[in-house]
Design a protein around this ligand. Structure first.
Ligand code: F6P
Length: 325
C-alpha cells in the first residue's frame, strides 16, 4: 500500500520511563513494515536542535524491549523553550525531510511537541512518565514499573522497621502528583500517605495517628510521603516524629531507583500498543495527536486539547488507605 509518510523521527524526552524502549521498538517495527524510514534523535529535543540522530532499523531495536531507560537517551532541553531553539528544531526536521515526529515523554515534552506542531511540524505524542500526571490519559508508560519498584523497596523497609519497632517515612517520586504515593499507600498497607492533593493533613494528625497505632499494638508505622507534598520533608518529619512520640524513626528517599529497571509486562504492553497505534495514526493521515488510554481502551486526543485537560482529584483511594490502616 502506498502512503504519504516516508520518513519519521522519534525522540524520548524529559525523565526517562521504563517502557520507552518498547515504544521505540514498536514504532520502528511498524514503520519499517510500512516502508517508512525512521531516525532516532539523541537526548530528546537536544538531538533535534543539534541534528544529532541515528538511523533506526529492525535490527537496531532488537532486544531493547526488556531494557530500562531509553536507547535514544533523554534530556530536559532548555533551548527548546526559546524561539531560536524551536526554529532550529523546525529547520532540522525540514532539512532531514521528516514527514512527522513521534515524541515519547511527559507533560513538558508533549508541550514541546505542541510548539513544533504550531510551527508546521506534524507530531504524534506518546505519554511516557512514571508520574501518571497527564490528565488526558488513564495511563502513562513507566508508572507500573515505578510503582512495582517502589512497592518492593517499601516492603523491605517495612521488614526492618518492624524488627526494630520503628516508624519509617518513605519519600516517593511523582512530581506534583500523588499517584505513586497513593498506590504504594494501598498496596504496601501504609499507615499514612501524604500527597500534594491532600495538603490539609496536619503534623498533629500524623503524630496522633502514630501514637494511637502504637497504643493499639502496631509495632511499625509506614508513612509514604509524595515528593510533591510540600508541608514537610522526609528527614524533617522523621525528627519531629521521634521527638514527639519517642519512637525511633528513619527516613528513606527512594529517588531515581524508581525510574530504572526492566519494564513490567503492563508497561511493555501499553508501550508497544501505543507505539504501534501512533504509526497507524500517521498512516491514516492523522497528526498532532496524543495516544491515550481512555475507558481502558487505546485512543487519541488532539494534542492541544490533551495538554489542557485537567483531572479532578478523587479521594476514594486515600479513604480506603485510611480504612485499612
Ligand atoms: O517526571 C519524572 C520524575 O522522576 C519526577 O517524578 C521527578 O520529580 C523528576 O522526574 C526528577 O527529575 P530529574 O531526574 O531531572 O531529577
Amino acid at each position: 500500500m502506498d502512503n504519504k509518510v516516508k520518513k519519521i523521527g522519534i525522540l524520548t524526552s524529559g525523565g526517562d520511563a521504563p517502557g520507552m524502549n518498547a515504544s521505540i521498538r514498536a514504532i520502528v517495527r511498524t514503520a519499517v513494515k510500512n516502508n517508512i524510514e525512521v531516525i532516532g534523535f539523541m537526548r530528546g529535543y537536544e538531538g533535534v536542535i543539534n541534528c544529532d540522530y541515528i538511523n533506526l532499523d529492525n535490527k537496531s531495536v532488537s532486544e531493547i524491549m526488556q531494557r530500562g531507560g531509553t536507547i535514544l537517551l533523554s534530556a530536559r532541553c532548555k533551548e527548546m523553550m526559546t524561539d531560536e531553539g524551536k526554529q532550529k528544531a523546525i529547520d532540522v526536521c525540514k532539512k532531514l525531510g521528516l514527514d512527522a515526529l513521534v515524541v515519547i515523554g511527559g507533560d513538558g515534552s508533549l508541550t514541546g511537541a505542541l510548539h513544533l506542531s504550531r510551527l508546521g511540524i506534524k507530531v504524534v505524542g506518546i505519554p511516557g512518565t512514571i508520574d501518571l500526571d497527564l490528565a488526558c490519559s488513564e495511563y502513562t508508560i513507566g508508572f507500573d514499573t515505578a510503582v512495582n519498584t517502589a512497592m518492593e523497596a517499601i516492603d523491605k523497609i517495612r521488614d526492618t522497621s518492624s524488627s526494630h519497632e520503628r516508624c519509617c517515612i518513605v519519600e516517593v517520586m511523582g512530581r506534583n502528583a500523588g499517584y505513586i504515593a497513593l498506590w504504594c499507600g494501598l498496596i504496601n498497607g501504609s499507615e499514612e500517605v501524604l500527597i500534594p492533593e491532600r495538603p490539609d493533613v496536619t503534623e498533629e494528625e500524623i503524630l496522633a495517628e502514630i501514637e494511637k497505632n502504637r497504643k493499639n499494638g502496631k509495632i511499625s508505622n509506614v508513612i509514604i510521603l509524595a515528593e510533591g507534598f510540600t508541608n514537610v520533608k522526609a528527614h524533617e518529619l522523621a525528627k519531629k516524629v521521634e521527638a514527639s512520640t519517642g519512637i525511633e524513626t528513619r527516613a528513606t528517599i527512594l529517588g531515581h531507583l524508581q525510574r530504572g529497571g526492566s519494564p513490567t509486562a503492563v508497561d511493555r504492553m501499553h508501550a508497544s500498543m501505543m507505539g504501534y497505534y501512533a504509526v497507524q495514526e500517521l498512516l491514516k493521515g492523522n497528526t498532532n495527536k496524543i495516544m491515550i488510554m481512555k475507558d481502558g481502551k487505546y485512543d487519541t486526543i488532539d494534542l492541544e486539547e490533551g495538554l489542557k485537560a485537567t483531572r479532578t482529584y478523587d479521594d476514594t483511594m486515600y479513604q480506603i488507605i485510611k480504612t485499612f490502616a
